[in-house]
Ligand binder design. Structure first.
Ligand SMILES: *[C@@H]1O[C@H](CO)[C@@H](O)[C@H](O)[C@H]1NC(C)=O
Ligand SMILES: *[C@@H]1O[C@H](CO)[C@@H](O)[C@H](O)[C@H]1NC(C)=O
Ligand SMILES: *[C@@H]1O[C@H](CO)[C@@H](O)[C@H](O)[C@H]1NC(C)=O
Ligand SMILES: *[C@@H]1O[C@H](CO)[C@@H](O)[C@H](O)[C@H]1NC(C)=O
Ligand SMILES: *[C@@H]1O[C@H](CO)[C@@H](O)[C@H](O)[C@H]1NC(C)=O
Ligand SMILES: *[C@@H]1O[C@H](CO)[C@@H](O)[C@H](O)[C@H]1NC(C)=O
Length: 541
């Protein structure tokens, strides 16, 4: 008997060893979501280096962003590419559209850029209750068409389809995980989708947000959102739940099991905690949650229903995005584990590197060390002040102001200065962006940051001062960052596209249009992209 137990244990150790080889040093399998809704995105090459330096080997994109995908080429990093909900309709009704999508947005990157695409996320939380069923009829056909297109392209073994679902697709009547089942209004649909995914050995993906539970329900027990123990744990027929993550995940496990899919692979597509914009959103609580989660799952541990993980998670998110919609709340622009400039927000051990700390982005270029503030001679009762602040905050990100935020400690003049500075930085420190009417603003070189409130200096957008003049077929332009030797210029307008390699000259570039004749009116909408992942508007005269 003893010998039998011994060999069984040893066998398990060998298997664990194999699993550990493809995971981080602590047996973690952690990816990140990478959004692109920032006014000053970090260049793709810097982002990819940031991922590598932090041992992150899995990335989830919400769209097949060409600049992100090019930068990710040959990096070995596993990529999940998202399809936005508004494409579900065309993809569901037309097989050809799905084939085109795969050819244009996937195959080409795999074959010519060496991007390691592993998943296609078809839609994003399409069955959210608040979407009123808009995507119910089209999601499964779109999923099926994309899968057929992958098979046709010979990619179905490497690339798996999935659908990132909001956790409200299942529910439990009894308040414990074992009562879990799919939401009654979409139950039939969910079973068809799950069957399709299961038949094709594809995973189900779920987004879990304990922060939102806390945000929506003031009576939600705070300790239950985290991983440090809970004084009144849930008892589910002997299985004990001390955190809502486990309970939520296992409610899905039960929902699957009850319907005959006990073996489905589950991916947690989004999970995280924001750091600003709400009283529960602080670096301290974000660290507590994310570190708690990582430790909870470390060594390939799982939940009470699936104790022998590993559980695949994609943190939401890598970096803050200051141009996201704040419809969900002011916290929406503050989910990053890194700030806008790639500096870590708090100490976090992802368990993916030997050092166990977050490594900041390298080679980030900042604008000058100057800030726009309320002028010392301004009268804050001046009616111009109110309109100027609302103008500034209408264009730039002021979500760090207000109750329970990092800048709630500011006095009234501090508030005004904060708003002015955010606008000034967003506008790349242009002189005229610090000339609010009535002389109420002024530029300073003394950092106004105070306590937890940080007055930022923005990072450089490549090609910041881009002015072009069109001479017939030739465009002459001035662009600061053309000194970057690897810059590849791609210019698009509605009617044509061309590509040219930059000929670096001090502060000046020259492009020849491929088209023989270019109509002036087309040139107004020219967009130039430089050095992967930078979109720049060019104004032509
Ligand atoms: C910010 O978002 C708005 C609305 O989605 C968009 O029109 C605008 O171009 C974005 N700005 C930048 C700098 O990305
Ligand atoms: C590729 O993806 C982009 C972004 O989602 C989308 O706008 C475009 O229509 C897709 N291309 C094709 C051929 O489907
Ligand atoms: C869903 O329905 C509600 C109530 O009728 C409406 O207010 C909301 O705008 C709808 N949402 C969408 C995405 O259609
Ligand atoms: C479940 O997965 C295990 C391990 O992958 C496999 O051995 C077993 O056959 C599967 N069971 C079913 C019902 O698919
Ligand atoms: C500040 O402006 C208010 C409103 O315009 C005015 O009543 C007040 O006298 C001004 N104070 C100073 C010191 O100028
Ligand atoms: C600062 O601005 C915030 C948000 O606009 C406001 O709630 C707060 O009352 C202001 N504080 C002062 C001292 O004016």
């Amino acid at each position: 008997m003893g010998g039998f137990v011994y060999s069984e244990v040893r066998c398990m150790v060998v298997m664990m060893g194999l699993i550990l080889m493809v995971m981080g040093v602590n047996g973690n399998s952690i990816g990140v979501n990478l959004g692109t809704q920032a006014t000053h995105p970090l260049p793709g090459n810097i982002l990819v280096q940031l991922l590598k330096d932090n041992g992150i080997t899995k990335v989830k994109l919400f769209e097949p962003d060409p600049y992100a995908l090019k930068a990710l080429g040959k990096s070995g990093i596993e990529v999940m590419i998202g399809i936005p909900n508004d494409l579900l309709a065309p993809l569901s009704s037309d097989m050809k559209a799905a084939e085109n999508w795969v050819a244009k947005n996937l195959s080409s990157y795999v074959s010519s850029n060496g991007v390691n695409v592993r998943y296609v996320a078809v839609g994003n939380e399409p069955f959210l209750k608040t979407l009123n069923g808009t995507y119910d009829a089209m999601t499964l056909p779109a999923l099926q068409n994309i899968q057929s297109a992958l098979i046709k392209a010979g990619l179905a073994n490497q690339v798996k389809v999935t659908i990132p679902l909001n956790a409200d697709v299942y529910e439990t009547a009894s308040n414990v995980p074992s009562g879990g089942d799919f939401r009654s209004d979409i139950s039939d649909l969910m079973l068809k989708i799950i069957k399709f995914l299961n038949d094709n050995a594809c995973p189900v993906t779920i987004n879990i947000y304990p922060f939102i539970s806390l945000y929506n329900d003031p009576n939600f027990p705070v300790d239950y959102a985290f991983f440090d123990g809970f004084s009144s744990p849930l008892d589910d027929n002997g299985k004990t739940y001390t955190n809502v993550f486990d309970a939520n995940y296992d409610t899905l496990v039960w929902s699957l099991q009850k319907n005959g899919f006990s073996n489905m692979t589950i991916i947690v597509g989004e999970i995280g905690w924001p750091t600003d914009g709400d009283k529960n959103a602080t670096p301290t609580s974000a660290r507590k949650f994310n570190q708690g989660l990582i430790t909870h799952l470390s060594g390939g541990k799982g939940t009470p229903m699936r104790p022998s993980g590993p559980i695949d998670v994609y943190l939401f998110s890598l970096i803050d995005e200051d141009n996201k919609s704040i419809l969900p709340g002011n916290f929406e622009r503050h989910w990053g584990i890194f700030n806008y400039d790639g500096t870590p927000k708090y100490q976090l051990n992802l368990g993916l590197t030997k050092t166990g700390t977050l490594i900041p982005a390298k080679g980030v270029e900042y604008l000058a060390k100057k800030w726009c503030v309320l002028s010392s001679t301004a009268n804050i009762s001046d009616p111009q002040v109110v309109s100027s602040v609302s103008y500034a905050c209408g264009h730039a990100d002021c979500t760090s102001l207000g109750y329970g935020t990092s800048c709630s400690n500011l006095d009234a003049p501090g508030n005004i200065s904060y708003a002015f500075n955010m606008y000034y930085q967003e506008q790349n420190q242009q002189d005229k962006a610090c000339q609010f009417p009535g002389g109420i603003s002024a530029v300073t070189t003394k950092d106004p940051s105070a306590g937890t409130c940080r007055f930022i200096v923005q990072i450089k957008r490549i090609g910041l001062d881009l002015h072009g003049i069109c001479f017939g077929r030739e465009i002459l332009f001035h662009m600061e960052c053309f000194k970057h030797p690897r810059s590849v210029i791609e210019a698009y307008s509605t009617a044509w596209l061309w590509r040219a390699t930059c000929r670096p000259q001090p502060g000046c570039g020259r492009l020849l249009l491929a088209q023989r004749r270019v109509e002036d009116r087309l040139l107004h909408s020219l967009v130039v992209a430089v050095s992967f992942w930078q979109h720049i508007g060019i104004l032509l005269r």
